[in-house]
Design a binder for this molecule. Structure first.
Ligand code: URA
Length: 275
């Protein structure tokens, strides 16, 4: 939450969303809402906004491949970047207790979607892989709900080393690490980028606008369509505090954003129960 406008914005969005949800059957991907459909609603959080304002943008298809900047190089380029990430000592994070660097992983060759998060957590630091902890489990559900496997997309972070105690990366740490991610984007050449949370928005779009305002609204990075949405950790936090209504509201917004991505890619929305 950056300021009071964001909070007010969030409250209005939340109330609108709850009103919309009332009395309406919402189509949801399997697993996305597990455990929450039956849970009683509790006090809503003050920072969840209405569904995407950019539904009409979904009607603008991306011609496959036409948004790509020059680049490519796929796997070899990524391996080279990963080697340099491993040797990097440009910011304090390399010496701040990291176990392994986490360059990112997945389909190196023009995948439909590249997901970008914040920085590795404890489990990622242990395994050297992005999004393999609790937040990663929810990201996996998001990916599967879209009809993909984790291997079919690319997953990376703004920072490649774990910040101490999972704090948000500092500006200087992001600045030092961002060139690696920019190179990765050029090497991978995704058709769409999904930004997960405020740090990813700040890093890639150089924007101070909070995720509550950006989420669900198309923007672009180097000609590649970009869809910002909430970070999986933000979503699962509602579960941790037992807020079923908040959880449902925020998941619906994430799902709406992902459906916009599918529409832009010209992909059908997978039907519940079918792959
Ligand atoms: N959160 C992130 O932003 N990235 C990860 O890889 C794991 C958790």
């Amino acid at each position: 939450m950056s300021d009071w406008t964001d909070i007010v914005d969030g409250v209005i969005g939340y109330v609108t969303l709850l009103k919309e949800l009332g009395g309406r059957v919402v189509e949801l991907p399997p697993g996305f809402f597990d455990a929450w459909d039956k849970a009683p609603p509790t006090v809503p959080p003050p920072h969840v906004r209405a569904p995407s304002r950019a539904v009409e943008d979904a009607a603008l298809p991306v011609a496959r491949g036409d948004a790509h900047p020059p680049g490519g190089g796929g796997r070899e380029a990524l391996e080279d970047i990963a080697r340099r990430v491993g040797a990097c000592a440009e910011c304090p994070l390399h010496a701040a207790g990291r176990t392994r660097v986490v360059p990112g992983q997945g389909n190196p060759d023009a995948p439909d979607v590249m997901f970008i998060g914040e920085a590795p957590g404890e489990e990622e630091d242990r395994q050297g892989l992005a999004f393999v902890g609790a937040a990663g489990q929810f990201l996996t559900k998001m990916i599967q709900a879209m009809g993909y496997t984790r291997d079919e997309v690319f997953i990376a972070n703004i920072c490649k080393c774990r910040p101490p105690r999972n704090r948000a990366p500092e500006a200087q740490e992001m600045q030092k690490c961002l060139p690696f991610l920019r190179e990765q984007i050029r090497a991978v050449r995704p058709k769409v980028i999904v930004l997960l949370g405020g740090t990813a928005i700040k890093g890639i779009l150089n924007s101070q606008t909070g995720v509550t305002r950006m989420q669900g609204v198309w923007t672009a990075y180097e000609g590649i369509p970009v869809m910002p949405t909430y970070h999986p950790s933000y979503v699962i936090r509602f579960e941790n505090v037992g807020d079923a209504a908040g959880m449902k509201a925020v998941k619906l917004q994430v799902w709406n954003a992902l459906k916009l991505v599918l529409a832009r890619l010209g992909k059908p929305v997978p039907q519940p129960g079918k792959k």
